[in-house]
Design a protein around this ligand. Structure first.
Ligand code: ADP
Ligand code: ZN
Length: 519
């Protein structure tokens, strides 16, 4: 069995050896077992079902939501001499009949189908009249509501197990956080399946996160270290993408914009230039990147917080596909946290969805504010037990200085509490610093016991304290997104003096109070 799997790898695919867990997966499937395969993008998931489909009797049925990619995959397989076909809405009636005929005649090694097609009574009926080698469920995270690609049809795929209990099934995904994994297992009835979990580490990517104070200067300094190299700069809004791209172009950098608001022709043109020319910097919203496979992307910069750790991993993962060093760089500030909270609150999503989004934002904040190895946190978010120092993130290269901020943290939390947990950071900082403005007087906040107890630290210092308290879960913002601060369960121990608080040095009291907002 092993030798024939290897034979196919050599003779059909032309590769000298298996990669990572491929061989183990192939053998397990070929022997009739079920499998769940978690592998990062580019890890080589396709061979995990293609080779067993060739080893076993009958046709391998591949369920994939990516209709646009089916044709490419099938063309590549045919070029290698594999009898492959696909069935989706892009085929006309006659072409569909022909594929069905081939399936019934047992002429196909592999058949790619869209989930909605597979689930039709007609297609399931056809499958009952033919021999099925295996079912491969690609992009299996689509079954999960936790992720961003939820497809209701994926939930119905359990019908495969019910109607074809003897046929081995393999589910594959590059999305690996533990909650998604649990949901895949449960929703696709894969409790008996063996799990093959690859490492998601990208050792050639270096990670760096900085406090945002002057975004343009910071970006320019970063780009100065990458002159003439290809890279992606992500920003949250279309306007910011346009403005940044124009500004960079003016400064002599080969920068192009990309977002969903541009017309299709411009988008296609900019994407082509990024792919074909050397050293183009693509300034983009998250609309850019899906299916982009450019090996020599040397950096990925984030001017705003991404949506989640998952998103951050996917976006930064577009750097360094060629295995050479690449840099993932991000700047963020307190204002970003407030913006993100507002976006979540004001979205049309159901409450459950909003709760998920808030949790995702929180883990991203913890990552941004981390003082320990970033790789450890990033991989930890995917359930991977990695232990730093990695030597390739800012915190490992230069461990951040921390200071004992227990007393300022207590002052901050008290001020939030005493003012009734009804105000945003700006006003609470004014209370702490004893700013005597009209609003203070109207609210009688100048009479609070916390009024002016933080006058020894400037506004910038306090903003940093609040930002880090939020990131550490010692403060939370309101669900409606107004940026109103409230205490959390964890705040209590700090207020009672049971827990010390250490913060990054950037929050240390600065006595020469130079006012500068950290945007
Ligand atoms: P995924 O689906 O996990 O993103 P693919 O299956 O598309 O990854 O494979 C990614 C690339 O790696 C493809 O170009 C594929 O041909 C190549 N590849 C996969 N397995 C091997 C191997 N054992 N040896 C060499 N190249 C491989
Ligand atoms: Zn590290």
């Amino acid at each position: 069995m092993i030798s024939s799997a290897l034979d196919i790898l050599h003779s059909v695919f032309g590769y000298p050896s298996f990669r990572g867990q491929q061989q183990a997966v192939v053998e397990h499937l070929a022997e009739g077992g079920d499998a769940l395969v978690l592998m990062p993008t580019g890890g080589g998931k396709s061979l995990c079902y293609q080779i067993p489909a060739l080893l076993r009797q009958g046709t391998g049925i591949v369920v994939s939501p990516l209709i646009a990619l089916m044709q490419d995959q099938v063309d590549a397989l045919r070029a290698a001499g594999v009898a492959a076909a696909y069935l989706n809405s892009s085929l006309d009636a006659q072409a569909q009949r022909e594929v069905e005929r081939q399936l019934l005649a047992g002429e196909l090694n592999l058949l790619y189908v869209a989930p909605e097609r597979l689930l039709t009574g007609r297609f399931l009926g056809l499958l009952e009249q033919t021999e099925v080698a295996l079912f491969a469920i690609d992009e299996a995270h689509c079954v999960s509501q936790w992720g961003h690609d939820f497809r209701p049809e994926y939930r119905e795929l359990t019908v495969l197990h019910e109607r074809f209990p003897q046929v081995p099934r393999i589910a594959l995904t590059a999305t690996a956080d533990p909650r998604t994994r649990e949901e895949i297992v449960e929703r696709l009835a894969l409790t008996e399946a063996r799990q093959f979990v690859s490492s998601f580490d990208r050792p050639n990517i270096g990670y760096r996160v900085m406090l945002k104070h002057n975004p343009r200067t910071q970006l320019m300094q970063f780009l100065d270290g990458h002159r003439g190299e290809a890279g992606i700069v992500y920003a949250l809004s279309r306007k910011k993408v346009d403005d940044t791209a124009a500004w960079l172009a003016e400064a002599g950098i080969e920068a192009l914009p990309y977002h969903a608001g541009l017309d299709a022709a411009t988008r296609a043109k900019n994407q082509q230039r990024f792919l074909r020319e050397d050293g183009v910097v693509m300034v983009a919203t998250v609309a850019f990147g899906m299916g982009i496979d450019k090996p020599d992307v040397r950096f990925v910069a984030h001017l705003d917080l991404p949506r989640s750790m998952e998103g951050y991993y996917q976006e930064t993962g577009r750097g360094g596909r060629d295995g050479l060093p690449a840099e993932a760089w991000m700047i963020y500030g307190l204002a970003d946290v407030v913006t993100m909270s507002q976006m979540i609150a004001q979205s049309e999503s159901a409450d459950e969805r909003k709760r998920i989004e808030r949790q995702k934002l929180e883990s991203l904040l913890a990552y941004a504010e981390a003082t320990r190895c970033r790789r450890e946190l990033l991989l930890g978010a995917f359930g991977e037990d990695y232990h730093g120092p990695c030597g390739g993130c800012d915190n490992c290269v230069e461990p951040p200085k921390t200071w004992d901020a227990t007393v300022p943290a207590q002052k901050a939390l008290s001020a939030v509490y005493r003012s009734g947990q009804r105000f945003g950071a700006g006003h609470v900082i004014d209370i702490l610093r004893g700013v005597d403005n009209e609003r203070m007087g109207q609210l009688d906040h100048d009479k609070l016991s916390t009024f002016g107890i933080g006058a020894d630290m400037d506004e910038k210092g306090w903003r940093s304290v609040f930002r880090q308290l939020l990131a550490a879960g010692l403060l939370a913002t309101d669900a409606e997104g107004y940026g109103i601060l409230r205490l959390t369960v964890a705040s209590r121990d700090v207020l009672l003096g049971k827990q010390a608080v250490r913060l990054r040095e950037d929050a240390k009291p600065v006595r020469s109070a130079r006012r500068r907002r950290d945007s």
